[in-house]
Design a protein around this ligand. Structure first.
Ligand code: ADP
Ligand code: GLC
Length: 477
């Protein structure tokens, strides 16, 4: 099975969120399961600087703007890397999608359009050695046009499109159609048009042979108006081709017994050492370590993640014997509110604004419980990390959170399946109630230990997901 796996970011070379984790690890798991995977990425200057493997130029490809270079290397687990190098991906600060001011790059249509066009041309005209594939697997709007450009090239390669987040759609003005040299017939509500806009994500949703998303619950939710971001009708129309396959986590990077980011190690049989991580985490925030209930959260500070709900809940949470540490960045107004909370409750609320891989690992290990009050969550990775780190998650009942956490109640505590807590309602009051329930269990050390161990025993490995993707690929025919 030869797979062209196209994505706009992949760990460890470029990551802004969970998509980077998936594109970093799933190709490797597929390769271990017997597929031959080529991972194609845009050649951002920062990514090229971080690549430690030898890269060589395979071919020049004429494209929307001059020529792109296709470069190749062998990555971890034998995954072949294809890098599309073009001046549009040159040094410019910010991240792959937005500038330093937080606004999307104005030429994103051209940048990601060109990335897809180049890949389609290489495949259609076999411009590189071993450019024959059994399928293309695309991810999110940035690669939504790959099935479209394959169509333009007249090359029918079966394709799979994975939705990691339906709220990011890659919408541009109508002129994008001509800017990307796409024939006029794609401009229709059955094609790439979305309420007068040009939609990248519709390229995947309409033209890919199979659609997947990253949890079974999210696959159902996006077919409803509440979660469909205007695309629920299209997704219902394609429901026979749509499945949810849960993400995994990398069990080497995320293992408290070996994690190189941690000052101390522990496992389910030696949980006492987790206290050392907790003390280290509190010291990182400049606090004197104590044994109180320590809540933590890591992630993008945006509406999706319910950061505002958490901040709204703070006055009531601070009535309880708890401390809270946050790591994240995102909307300026939420960052400001988090910093203001740190000043209002010094020594009780600690805030790090920014991206810090080390601190994210230390927080997963050092916190007692992990907060994730997301409004929607296609899969979510942190709640899985926190379970295997013995840090029970407190989460909303949606998407991948509903599929990966088993909420504590009398029955699940008795039968030994409970791993975390669900908010009874998606608001500040629901969050406070869930934290109270967690705190009450934390005050019963034996019961808490059992909860921790239940989570630590869960298998969230990528190998399980890879098997499901391979079965899907085989069905493409
Ligand atoms: P999303 O992709 O919606 O942001 P996920 O839970 O799927 O959410 O994945 C987020 C990933 O990014 C996780 O690996 C998480 O640890 C990481 N992450 C998010 N924000 C930060 C941050 N500020 N510092 C370090 N890692 C972060
Ligand atoms: C998206 C989603 C997140 C998911 C990640 C990887 O960013 O918001 O829930 O885990 O993609 O699939």
């Amino acid at each position: 099975m030869r797979v062209l796996f196209a994505a706009s970011e992949a760990f460890p070379w470029m990551k802004t969120g969970g998509l980077g984790d998936v594109a970093g690890y799933l190709p490797r798991a597929l390769q271990r399961a017997g597929a031959r995977v080529t991972l194609a990425l845009p050649g951002y200057a920062d990514l090229l600087a971080r690549l430690t493997v030898d890269l060589h130029t395979v071919t020049h490809v004429p494209c929307l703007q001059g020529y792109a270079l296709l470069k190749e290397a062998t990555g971890p687990d034998g995954v072949r890397l294809w890098i599309v190098d073009h001046p549009l991906f040159g040094e410019r600060g910010g991240n792959p999608y937005v500038g330093p001011d937080g606004h999307p790059w104005p030429d994103n249509d051209l940048r990601f359009g060109l990335f897809n066009q180049v890949l389609a041309r290489v495949v259609a005209d076999a411009l590189a050695p071993d450019a024959h594939f059994d399928l293309a697997h695309c991810h999110d709007w940035q690669t939504g046009l790959l099935p479209v450009y394959l169509d333009v090239e007249g090359h029918h390669l079966p394709s799979v499109f994975t939705i990691h987040n339906l709220s990011y759609q890659g919408l541009f003005p109508r002129e994008t159609l001509t800017r990307l040299q796409l024939p006029a017939h794609y401009w229709s509500p059955e094609g790439l048009e979305f309420h007068g806009h040009f939609s990248f994500i519709k390229g995947g949703l309409v033209y890919a042979d199979k659609l997947t998303t990253v949890s079974p619950t999210y696959a159902r939710e996006i077919q409803t108006e509440a979660f469909g971001y205007g695309l629920a009708g299209l997704l219902r129309h394609r429901s026979a081709d749509l499945v949810g396959i849960l993400n995994g986590i990398d069990t080497e990077q995320w293992n408290p017994a070996t994690d190189p980011h941690l000052p101390c190690h522990y496992d389910a049989d030696h949980l006492d050492a987790k206290a050392d991580c907790k003390a280290a985490l509190q010291r990182r925030y400049g606090w004197t370590p104590d044994d109180g209930f320590l809540l933590g959260t890591v992630g993008r500070m945006v509406h999706q993640k319910g950061t505002d709900l958490l901040l709204d809940a703070l006055p009531e949470l601070m009535e309880l014997p708890v401390r809270l540490v946050l790591v994240g960045s995102g909307e300026a107004a939420l960052e400001d509110r988090a910093l203001a909370a740190e000043s209002e409750w010094p020594g009780r609320v600690g805030c790090y604004i920014g991206y810090d891989e080390d601190l994210a690992h230390l927080l997963e290990a050092g916190a007692d419980a992990f907060l994730m009050p997301s409004r929607f969550e296609p899969c979510g990775l942190n709640q899985m990390y926190s379970q295997v780190y013995g840090t029970p998650p407190i989460v909303s009942h949606t998407g991948g959170l509903a599929d990966t956490v088993v909420g504590a109640n009398d029955a699940t505590l008795r039968d030994g399946t409970a791993t975390g807590f669900f908010l009874p309602s998606l608001d500040a009051a629901g969050l406070v109630t869930a934290v109270q329930a967690a705190l009450a269990l934390y005050q019963q050390p034996d019961a808490w230990r059992r909860l921790q161990r239940n989570g630590m025993a869960r298998d969230f490995s990528w190998d399980r997901s890879a098997k499901e993707y391979l079965a899907l690929y085989r069905g493409l025919g």
